[in-house]
Write a protein that binds this ligand. Structure first.
Ligand code: C5P
Length: 232
């Protein structure tokens, strides 16, 4: 898979999701299904979007004891998504267990990506609330290395960190970066943001874009602008 824009379909119903996707008339953006949509509609929504020919990133950010995550991943693996994820904070053992659960009998599996620090978190919040005293860059790099050593395919991180992740984990280790905003757009609750063009320059493999596309007056034009700025 090459560099691509992943559209975060953060909707609360299948109806709204399909109304949104129908506007693309035959174009098949890579779609992210997150907690809101998955909890509203269950696995059926994954199957339906897949049937329409979209690639799917199932963003459920698993974080539990290794055995529970392994079994949950085994079930998700049957949905035939292209990418799924978990929290690196769940430990290396949890990540290894997840990979085991995700791998099918024939050896195939979706890409598995680890969340390092949410892009809504900054160093000040980490120190004050999560009691992590180390600089955010160091935390992200350590979590990325743990993910790589556990056999995962990449990390979710801020585009601000993608370059450094590639430096320490290698170019082939994927960086999936939310927290993307147009230069003239609203930031919302994201803290560590970058434009699609900057994300491309710094070497993100995939950008995840939600509200700048879903809340735009013309979502298809916003998607196309994103692709133009990011992929070229
Ligand atoms: O609307 P917006 O562009 O902020 O959407 C970003 C999407 O990426 C959301 O679905 C959010 O859950 C997800 N995400 C994130 N930060 C992470 C991991 C996922 O914002 N570290």
């Amino acid at each position: 898979m090459g560099r691509d824009v992943i559209v975060a379909c953060d909707f609360d119903s299948a109806e709204k999701t399909f109304a949104f996707l129908d506007r693309f008339h035959g174009r098949k953006p890579f779609v992210k299904i997150g907690m809101e949509l998955y909890y509203a509609e269950g696995p059926a929504i994954v199957r339906e979007i897949k049937k329409r020919g979209h690639k799917i990133f199932l963003d459920l950010k698993l974080h539990d004891i290794p055995n529970t995550v392994k079994k949950a991943m085994a079930v998700l693996s049957r949905l035939d998504v292209d990418m799924c994820n978990l929290h690196a904070a769940g430990t290396s053992r949890m990540m290894e267990a997840a990979l085991e659960g995700l791998t099918r009998a024939d050896g195939s599996r979706p890409l598995l990506i680890a969340v390092t620090q949410l892009t809504s978190t900054d160093e000040e919040i980490m120190r004050r609330e999560i009691l992590i005293e180390r600089p955010i860059d160091e935390v992200v790099m350590r979590y990325a290395l743990h993910a790589k050593n556990a056999g995962l395919d990449g990390v979710v991180c801020s585009p601000l960190e993608a370059g450094k992740v590639h430096e320490s984990c290698g170019k082939g280790f994927l960086t999936v970066t939310p927290g993307v905003r147009f230069a003239d757009g609203e930031i919302g609750d994201q803290k560590r943001v970058m434009t699609p063009a900057e994300a491309a320059r710094i070497g993100s493999d995939y950008i995840v874009v939600g509200r700048p596309i879903t809340a735009a007056e013309d979502p298809v034009a916003a998607y196309e602008r994103c692709v133009r700025e990011f992929v070229g």
